[in-house]
Design a protein around this ligand. Structure first.
Ligand SMILES: [Zn+2]
Ligand SMILES: [Zn+2]
Length: 116
């Protein structure tokens, strides 16, 4: 809950193990599923497969870096749908591309490294 990035289940597992060495990956998955189902955290599905988890519940967009896999928050202001659409409950906006850090690395190293 304290992480401000958007960790995947494996990252959450690694972090949880530091405080609870005996925790299993299955327990982590179950807890993440329960937390997202009860609306405590938000589950983000990546187009390339895999899920990330987000503690920020307010409407915001995401940027997924295809080079390093990082997911960062994007300020979009308010997002609205036409009223005739129905009752809007969730907004899922995912931008894709190469993040600033990776662009910088690309410039200095000369090529982007495939880290996935
Ligand atoms: Zn990146
Ligand atoms: Zn987010």
């Amino acid at each position: 809950m304290e992480s401000s990035d958007h960790p995947g289940a494996d990252t959450v597992y690694e972090r949880a193990r530091r405080v609870m060495p005996n925790i299993s990956l299955g327990t982590v998955y179950r807890n993440l599923k329960q937390l997202s189902e009860t609306g405590k955290i938000r589950e983000i599905r990546l187009s390339g497969g895999g899920n990330r988890y987000d503690k920020t519940l307010e409407v915001h967009a995401h940027f997924h870096c295809k080079a390093c896999g990082k997911v960062t928050d994007v300020e979009t202001g308010s997002v609205t749908a036409p009223a005739e659409t129905g009752k809007l409950e969730t907004v899922d906006i995912m931008f894709g591309g190469v993040c600033k850090d990776c662009l910088q690395t690309e410039k200095t190293v000369g090529r982007a490294e495939e880290k996935q």
